[in-house]
Write a protein that binds this ligand. Structure first.
Ligand code: PPS
Ligand code: ADP
Length: 199
C-alpha cells in the first residue's frame, strides 16, 4: 500500500451511472471445472441480458489470460493473483454500472471469498457449474484432460490440482441434468431479483 495515493472525489457517482442504465450493477461469477459449461452458459446468458437492454461485459480466459494476466501461470500463487486482478477489474466495471459475467475455474474457496470482499457481497452472485469430472473429461473440449492424464500438464484442476466446491452457491447447475436454456433461466431469476430495473 502506498500512503501517498489519495483518491480524487469525482463528481459522477455509481448510483448516477446506474440511474442512466436503469438497472443495478452485479457480478455473476461462474466457477467450475474446465469443460463444465461455464463459458457456454455465460455466453447464452449475456445474449439474454443484452436482448433485455441490460449493459453487460463478459470476462473470461480469452480476454484476461491472453491480455492483462498473460504473465500468470497455473501455480496456486498465480491463480490467486489471476482471480484478484479479475475481481479488481470487475469492481471497476461494477462502478461503471455493468452486469459483469466472469467465467473462471477459480478452484480455491479463499480466492472466491476475496472476490466477494473486493466487489462487496451485495454485488456478487455465485454460479457453481457442478458438472461431474467424468463428463468434463468425456467432452474434453480443448484436449487438455488427455494431456493432463498423459502427464503433459502438471497442475490441471480436477486431475492433479484441487477444486474446492462452493459451500453455498446462489445457483448450482449440473449440465448433465440441465440444458443451457434451463441454466440461463435459473440464473436470470436470481439476477432479476438483484438488479431491479429502475424503469
Ligand atoms: N493447469 C490448468 N488447470 C486448469 N485449467 C487450465 C490449466 N492449464 C490451462 N488451462 C485452461 O485455462 C483455463 C482456466 O483458466 P482460469 O483463468 O479460469 O483458471 S484459474 O481460475 O486461474 O484457476 C481453462 O479454461 P476453461 O476450460 O474455459 O475453464 C483451461 O482451458
Ligand atoms: N447443458 C449444458 N450446458 C453447458 N454446456 C454444455 C451443456 N451440454 C453440453 N455442453 C457442452 O459442454 C461444453 C462446455 O464447454 P465450455 O463452455 O467451454 O466449458 P468451460 O467454460 O467450463 O470450460 C461445450 O462444448 C458445450 O456445448
Amino acid at each position: 500500500m502506498n500512503d501517498n495515493i489519495i483518491p480524487h472525489n469525482f463528481s459522477i457517482t455509481q448510483e448516477q451511472r446506474s440511474d442512466l442504465k436503469k438497472h443495478q450493477p452485479l457480478l455473476v461469477w461462474f466457477t467450475g471445472l474446465s469443460g463444465s459449461g461455464k463459458s457456454t452458459i455465460a455466453n447464452a446468458l449475456e445474449i439474454k441480458l443484452f436482448e433485455q437492454g441490460i449493459h453487460t461485459y463478459l470476462l473470461d480466459g480469452d480476454n484476461v489470460r491472453k491480455g492483462l494476466n498473460n504473465n500468470l501461470s497455473f501455480s496456486v500463487e498465480d491463480r490467486t493473483e489471476n482471480i484478484r486482478r479479475i475481481a479488481e477489474v470487475a469492481n471497476l466495471m461494477i462502478d461503471a454500472g455493468l452486469v459483469v459475467l466472469a467465467s473462471f475455474v477459480s478452484p480455491y474457496r479463499e480466492d472466491r471469498e476475496n472476490v466477494k470482499r473486493i466487489v462487496g457481497y451485495e454485488n456478487f452472485l455465485e454460479v457453481f457449474v457442478n458438472t461431474p469430472i467424468e463428463e468434463c473429461e468425456r467432452r474434453d473440449v480443448k484436449g487438455l484432460y488427455e494431456k493432463a492424464r498423459a502427464g503433459e500438464i502438471k497442475n490441471f484442476t480436477g486431475v492433479n490440482a484441487p477444486y474446492e466446491a462452493p459451500m453455498a452457491p446462489d445457483v448450482e447447475i449440473d449440465t448433465t441434468m440441465v440444458s443451457v436454456e434451463e441454466a440461463v433461466a435459473l440464473i436470470m431469476t436470481q439476477i432479476e431479483q438483484r438488479i431491479k430495473n429502475k424503469e
